[in-house]
Structure formats: structure tokens, C-alpha cells
Ligand binder design. Structure first.
Ligand SMILES: NC(=O)c1ccc[n+]([C@@H]2O[C@H](COP(=O)([O-])OP(=O)(O)OC[C@H]3O[C@@H](n4cnc5c(N)ncnc54)[C@H](OP(=O)(O)O)[C@@H]3O)[C@@H](O)[C@H]2O)c1
Length: 309
């Protein structure tokens, strides 16, 4: 495995150093001494990065230099300081010895989130395949998931993503966030769920809805067990969205408690993991037609339910 050293002794150097030492692959570096190992992490502010790299000069020959810098303008973080058509990483690449390879990485991961030890995604960009392979392997040793985003030209967009993180953080999401890649399974890989099983869940749902008159609370508790943990419920369509079992249980509690109603199934169509259910709800002398559109997860739990009246 590659060994690495870090230039800089600030917040990020400590965060990444801690994780690297836990992963067993680091030698702690001291600023000013010749960097040890194959990988050198440049953990200084972008404004200092080029002069620092120039100062190290040939000590960086043949090294893989990881540039983690964010290049947004202070103090408002709304633009990048680098010239149009370039990036911090590309400017740093011009300053390292010709035999060194710069890889942009980690700039989209906040230091205080990194130290939590969670399995985060790390996006990286670079021009040299071998250098990227060793950065990718290094990222894995930290218990993180590497994602190659392309050549060093793409570093500009990674730096833009750093800006995006600041925008997210400053406009409601807060700073305890991490950028992740959701790899969605190929449609063909989605496990099938039997039509009978889905129909059975729908019938249980309708039966419980019809019980609402007798014991609204108990029925609401039971109906919640038919939903997936992170399910979405909207009744009627266009109304409030209830997310997660707890919110869904509460929504049914307030909807059904003490309400006399009967629910008659008119038609049920199941296709794949979707069901369209036509019921008539009879309450307070009224008969209301309701169309429920449901989707199901691989355990035949209701993933979403939208009711149209
Ligand atoms: N913190 C984060 O969450 C985060 C997230 C993504 C990317 N980054 C990037 O990570 C890099 C480091 O950030 P940080 O948060 O660790 O900052 P920091 O806590 O301020 O640490 C910066 C380090 O760089 C050293 N340094 C600055 N100028 C230098 C120079 N001319 N020569 C030698 N050393 C110099 C500082 O030494 P002195 O203290 O002696 O000045 C300090 O050890 C930055 O490029 C930042 O954009 C940070």
C-alpha cells in the first residue's frame, strides 16, 4: 500500500491524518521537511498552495500530489478565485516537477464530517491513470468510497462543487452534510415482487381503513406496519406530504380516530411494483370515490401512497 505525508498542520491535515492513521497507511509529515511516501497531501489554503509547492521543488518529484483546496472567494463564498478555464488543481499542476502528478480530491468533504469516521464518498480528478489508481486505493484505506470524475480539467467543477456545498450549508442544510453518489441499480436488477403479495397488502390496507370506525388508533398503528420506513403518504393528492412511518401513523391517527366509515373495493390493478386501487369510502351518509396510487418496495411494503378524490 502507498504511504503518504501531509503538508500543513491545520484542521484538514489533522482530520485526514487521523483517518489515515486509523486506516494504518499514514506517516505524519512535518512542514518544511522532505515529504515522505508516494502520496503527498497538500493541506494548505489555496492562496499558499502554489508558493508552497514551488518551495518544495524537486522534493515532490515523482510524487502523487493530492490537492484538497477549495478556491472560493472569501468572505462571501459565491465565486472562484481561479482564472476562467482553469482550476486550483491545474495551477498547482503547473508548479510541481514534471514527474509529479496532481490529483484533485477531498475538497467536497468537510473536515468535521470526515472525522466522524463514516463511509463517505470522495470525488477525485486527475490526468495520470496510475496516480489516480493509487489515490483511489488510498481513499479506500480510509474507509471511504472513491469516485473518479475524470481528467484534471474536471477539477474546476469539483471546486465548483465545493462552492455548492457552501451554498447548501448556508441556505438551510447546515454544515453537517456530505456530497454522495447514489448508484441506482439497473432496472433489470430490481427484484420482482409477486402480484399476489401486493394485492394482499392492498386488501389488508382496505380492511384496516374500514375498521377505522371501530378503533381508529389501533387501525392506524396496524396500517403503519404496511409502509416502508421512509415511505411517503399524500392524502389527498396535493395535500400535505407525510414522510416516514411515524408521520404516516400520526396522519392516520388524526384521520381515522372516531370516524365511522366503510371502505368498499371497486377495482384493483397491480402492475410490477405499482397498484392502482379504486375504493368507495362511505362515511357520514356520503359515498366518496377514491383512487389510491401505490408503489411497493422489494419487501412488498408500501413505498408511496397518493390518494386522489
Ligand atoms: N476545513 C475543511 O472542512 C475543508 C474542506 C475541504 C477542503 N479544505 C481545504 O483544505 C485546505 C486546508 O484547510 P484547513 O481547514 O486545514 O485550513 P487551516 O486549518 O487554516 O490550515 C491551513 C494550514 O496550512 C498552513 N499554511 C498556510 N499557509 C502556509 C504557507 N504559506 N506555508 C506553509 N504552510 C502554510 C497553516 O499553517 P499556519 O497555521 O502556521 O499558518 C496550516 O497548518 C484548504 O485548501 C481548504 O480549502 C478544507
Amino acid at each position: 500500500m502507498s504511504s503518504m505525508s501531509i503538508i500543513g498542520l491545520g484542521i484538514y491535515a489533522r482530520a485526514i491524518g487521523t483517518r489515515a492513521i486509523e486506516g494504518g497507511g499514514a506517516t505524519a509529515g512535518t512542514f518544511g521537511t522532505a515529504p515522505a511516501g508516494d502520496i503527498v497531501i497538500l493541506a494548505v489554503p489555496y492562496a499558499s498552495a502554489v508558493p508552497v509547492v514551488a518551495q518544495y521543488g524537486d522534493a515532490l518529484a515523482s510524487k502523487v500530489v493530492i490537492d484538497i483546496s477549495n478556491t472560493f472567494t472569501a468572505p462571501d463564498d459565491t465565486a472562484l478565485v481561479t482564472p476562467d478555464g482553469s482550476s486550483g488543481a491545474q495551477e498547482i499542476a503547473k508548479a510541481v516537477p514534471a514527474s509529479a502528478h496532481v490529483v484533485k480530491a477531498f475538497n467536497t468533504v468537510f473536515a468535521h464530517v470526515l472525522v466522524l469516521g463514516r463511509p463517505l464518498d470522495v470525488l477525485f480528478a486527475g490526468d495520470d491513470a496510475q496516480a489516480k489508481a493509487s489515490v483511489s486505493a488510498f481513499i479506500e484505506t480510509l474507509g471511504l468510497r472513491p469516485f473518479d470524475v475524470g481528467s484534471l480539467e474536471i477539477a474546476h467543477w469539483l471546486e465548483g462543487a465545493g462552492l455548492l456545498m457552501m451554498g447548501l450549508a448556508g441556505h438551510g442544510a447546515g454544515f453537517n452534510i456530505a456530497l454522495g453518489v447514489d448508484v441506482v441499480s439497473d432496472v433489470d436488477d430490481v427484484p420482482e415482487v409477486s402480484t399476489d403479495k401486493i394485492a394482499q397488502v392492498v386488501r389488508s390496507y382496505i380492511k384496516l381503513a374500514g375498521h377505522g370506525s371501530a378503533d381508529g388508533h389501533r387501525s392506524a398503528d396496524e396500517v403503519a406496519t404496511l409502509f416502508a420506513d421512509n415511505a411517503i403518504f399524500r392524502n389527498p393528492a396535493g395535500g400535505d406530504v407525510h414522510r416516514g412511518i411515524e408521520a404516516i401513523r400520526n396522519a392516520y391517527h388524526s384521520m381515522w380516530d372516531g370516524r365511522e366509515q366503510r371502505v368498499d373495493l371497486v377495482s384493483l390493478n397491480v402492475s410490477g411494483r405499482e397498484a392502482v386501487v379504486h375504493v368507495q369510502v362511505v362515511f357520514s351518509g356520503q359515498r366518496v370515490d377514491v383512487i389510491d396510487v401505490m408503489t411497493f418496495d422489494e419487501d412488498a411494503k408500501i413505498a408511496s401512497l397518493r390518494a386522489y378524490t
